[in-house]
Design a protein. Structure first.
Length: 300
């Protein structure tokens, strides 16, 4: 085994690719992927206002540290409408609860339903913000490294699907800018004129996407994707002392937090009657554990 050759190739790959500006970005993909799974699970099992608000602040800090400010503000702007929608919809379809706010036409609006809708909305926002950090750190190459040997076709299909939406939006913006020079401006004019302009842009976008899809298919065929040969990985990721330290840091914390959550710690009673939002002594200890889990990239 040519260890020195592997090290030289690894240094060459790092020099060619994007230079990591976070220690967390340099960890083994399995370690970073485990972090995302754990944080998403914590946002779903700790349904308690204090836990959720602290987790929201921490994941915001992690995203700002990774310089994802633009994506974060975009998600937060869209989340305000989503939060209002969930907080209105949940009381309308869920009439459980002991504290009635308003009653009309047989529909009962309860405090419990409003509070539960708020916590569900915050939990969903946390998950969306985690995925922003996920897209920043776990690149397509790392994702292929993780799952290509388990299910190559499904992994490739997942990568193409995840790449499709942002690529589609980026191409549409480019085509809109080019076509505006030709007088096709979908932001001005009557509704009929804007509709015709959008249809023309969509026609150009679809033709361009089909041509790029054919080129991608030919390129993949030329590189042996249809040969049935076992797929290799361009980069080799090995476990280092940093990876071992990371696992020793948050795996015991994860086991502890999940065990305490199974005992009801970190979960506020909502139905049938709203419980207190305060934390017990053990609840504070579990909250500290959750803080250490979420802030692990910041600690590094």
């Amino acid at each position: 085994m040519d260890v020195h050759g592997d090290e030289r190739r690894s240094r060459l790959d790092r020099s060619i690719g994007k230079k990591p500006h976070l220690v967390f970005e340099q960890l083994n993909p399995w370690v970073t992927f485990t972090y995302y799974v754990v944080t998403i699970a914590c946002s779903m099992i700790f349904i308690q206002p204090i836990f959720l608000l602290v987790e929201l602040l921490l994941i915001l800090a992690v995203n700002f540290m990774s310089k994802s400010n633009k994506q974060v503000w975009g998600v937060l702007e869209g989340s305000l409408f989503m939060m209002a929608f969930i907080m209105i919809l949940n009381p309308l379809i869920n009439n459980r609860g002991a504290h009635v706010i308003w009653s009309f036409g047989g529909t009962v609006i309860t405090v419990e339903a409003v509070v539960y809708g708020f916590m569900m909305a915050v939990s969903l926002i946390i998950v969306l913000l985690i995925f922003i950090f996920y897209n920043k750190i776990l690149t397509s190459q790392k994702f292929m490294y993780l799952f290509s040997r388990i299910s190559p076709k499904l992994t490739l299909l997942t990568m193409i699907t995840l790449r499709f939406v942002p690529l589609f939006i980026r191409r549409f913006k480019n085509i809109t800018q080019v076509q505006s020079l030709r007088g096709i401006d979908v932001s001005q004019g009557s509704a009929r004129k804007r509709s015709i302009g959008v249809m023309k842009l969509m026609e150009v976008l679809l033709v361009s996407s089909f041509n790029n899809a054919l080129q991608t298919a030919d390129s993949m065929s030329a590189r042996g994707f249809s040969s049935g040969a076992k797929r290799s990985s361009y980069q080799r990721y090995r476990f280092t002392s940093q990876d071992v330290f990371s696992l020793c840091w948050y795996l015991p914390l994860t086991i502890f937090c999940f065990y305490m959550a199974s005992k009801g710690v970190g979960r506020m009673v909502v139905y049938p009657s709203l419980g207190t939002a305060g934390l017990s002594g053990m609840g504070i200890v579990v909250l500290v554990g959750a803080i250490l889990l979420y802030s692990f990239p910041i600690i590094l």
